[in-house]
Structure formats: C-alpha cells, structure tokens
Design a protein around this ligand. Sequence first.
Ligand SMILES: Nc1ncnc2c1ncn2[C@@H]1O[C@H](COP(=O)(O)OP(=O)(O)O)[C@@H](O)[C@H]1O
Ligand SMILES: [Mg+2]
Length: 357
Amino acid sequence: MNLFKDMLKENESLFRDEIALDYDFLPKLLPYREKEQFYLANCIKPLLQKRNGKNLLIHGPPGIGKTAAVRHVLRDLENETDDVYPIYINCWKKNTTFKIITDICEQLGYRFTQNKRADELIEEIKKIVNQKTAVFVLDEIDKLEDLEFLYTILEEIYRKSIFLITNYKSWLNSLDERVKSRLTAELVEFRQYNAEETKGILKHRLKYAFVPGVWDDEAFNTAAKRTAELSDIRSGLYLLKESATIAEDNAAKKITLEHVKKAIEKLDEFSIKKSTDLRDDTKSILDIIKKNSNTKIGDLFKLYQENSGSLSYKSFQRKIKKLEQGKYITTEKTQGGEEGNTTIIRYKGTTKKLTDF
Ligand SMILES: Nc1ncnc2c1ncn2[C@@H]1O[C@H](COP(=O)(O)OP(=O)(O)O)[C@@H](O)[C@H]1O
Ligand SMILES: [Mg+2]
C-alpha cells in the first residue's frame, strides 16, 4: 500500500468554484422563493407602464433569502427593460444620507459628484430618475442612521417602488408618522425554510461549488441538518466551505463526517465569541445552560441562584427568551408528566449533540 495514494495532490482541489459559496453569490435559480419573487415582480410591474408601483416592507429572520430574492427580481427587471432604474442600497454599508446619495449617483452613472453638496446631488438624481421610473431597494433599513433620504424619495421621485428589507418587522413602528403615512408599505413576510428545503438549497449549491463526488453523504447530511437547526442558509454555506477547507488541509480526497464535525465546532465557537457581546448576566446564564443543556427552566434558575445570580425569576425568564431569539438556545414546552408543565432549555451551540448524528 502506498501511503500517499489516497492523498490530495498539491495541485488538486475539492472546490470547483469557491465563489459559489460566497454570501453574496447570486445563484441562477432561487428555489422555494418563486412565489415571493413573483409577488415582488407584480409590485413593480406598473412602473413598466410609467405608473406608480407598490412599496413593501420585506421582513423575516436572517439568512433566508430576502436579499437574494430581491436582487433576483432586479436582475430580471434589468434584463427585461431599460425603462426602470433598479437601485439597490445596503444601508449597513451606506448608513447615512450622503453615502447613499453618492452610491446612487454611481449606480446611475452620474460622475460629477465631487465638491457637490447633498442637496445638489439630490437634484441631479431627481432629474435623471424622474425621466423614467425606479425601484429603490433599501436593504437592512434598520441600520440607516438618518431617514432623510427615505423622505426625499417619497416626496420627490414621482413614479417608483420602494422595497425596504429588515430582519425586524417592528422597525416600522419606529418610523415617524409623516414618513409612515406617505410610505403606506405593504408587509411581506419571508418565512424560514424547513429542513427539506434547507437541504435542497445546499445540495444545489454543491454542484456549483465542488468537484462531483467529493462529499460523503453522511457528512453532507450532517451539515444540512445543523443548518436547518440554525435556520440560516448562510451558516450552511460556511459549513460547506469550512468542512472542505479542513479536508484539504488534511490532504483528504473526500469530505467526511469528521471534517464537518470540526467545521461545526468552529461555527459554534464563532457564535460563542459573538456572545461576548451579551451583557454579563445573560452571559452567565448562557454559561449555566451550556454546562446543563437539556434542563428544566426551574432547575436552571436554582443553579443560577446558587451561582449568586440576583435576577428575579421573571427577569430570568426574559433573558431566556432573549437567548432563544438570538438562537443561542432552544426551548421546548412540555405538558403533563410527573413534573406538570415546564420548559426544557437546550444549549444550541453545543457539540454534544454531534454524537447523536
Ligand atoms: N432559495 C434559495 N436558493 C439558493 N440560495 C439561497 C436561497 N435562499 C437563500 N440563499 C442563499 O443564502 C444566503 C443568505 O441569503 P440572503 O438573501 O443573503 O439572506 P437574508 O437577506 O434573508 O439575510 C445567500 O448566499 C443566498 O444566496
Ligand atoms: Mg439580507
């Protein structure tokens, strides 16, 4: 037997096209979002006849294709017509009115932005856009620091659709009445994918990203299962890429369960690091849950008190809720049985469950 026979050679790779795993890679097809895309397209359809389109607030948790679906619709629109300006802005990256305005000028191909004030640039944008119609997509709208820009387009652009995207539906409540009433946005909810859909999406991505046959079935299924638990396709793309990278580092020709387990561990560590952002008492509650996963909420509270926690039971419950919303833990209500009704708390980042796969 030759020790090196089954090893990946220096110039070999498991990846066919690594870019297909980038978070902003836009796949040709977006399965399970056909209905949503169709609906969005319908909302902007009047613009093709120089009439006003609808305004939408698109909401739903992260990593479920909100941005991808909207970008898909814009791409189709661009391929279909030159009569509508498709304008996409990520408000996390462009979080002030001035940054947005210069970004829009760039998208419109208007180059004379230097030494011009915001109001002058807005005039230029109006001149250009009002000759046609436009779709404005303001993604991650909750990150926008001032809403002046939103007000401006509402007032000064005649025929448009405005799509606002956010993870938090409640953002709408924070809006000024004058903006809210002008916006009259319809709410569009994106729901989470179920386990089967999640698996389907990742499976589809495998074909773009990897050399055929390099994924062991069990390994892939494990990555897909973990992604479904986290309800976030982005984590899945991370797991696929990281598992393959770990396999390559070991000169393995196949990506196996062992590699995926390591990638999951890394992903978990990652979210724990993120958890250092949590306030101190929330962090100590999370630590207790981590050590005592699968425990009833009442017992956890006792442990918390023994660890000199000082919150009341009510506040403790609220923290648990926060942790659940942040996807650090899961909770399950159980009824009947010896204990009566209670809630079981499980730590989500744990690798403990890995042995169950
Ligand atoms: N239905 C789908 N088919 C293929 N890829 C998808 C699908 N839904 C989401 N994705 C991918 O998952 C990642 C996260 O999606 P994204 O649209 O950025 O999420 P959101 O905006 O909801 O946070 C992106 O890389 C995206 O391409
Ligand atoms: Mg997004």
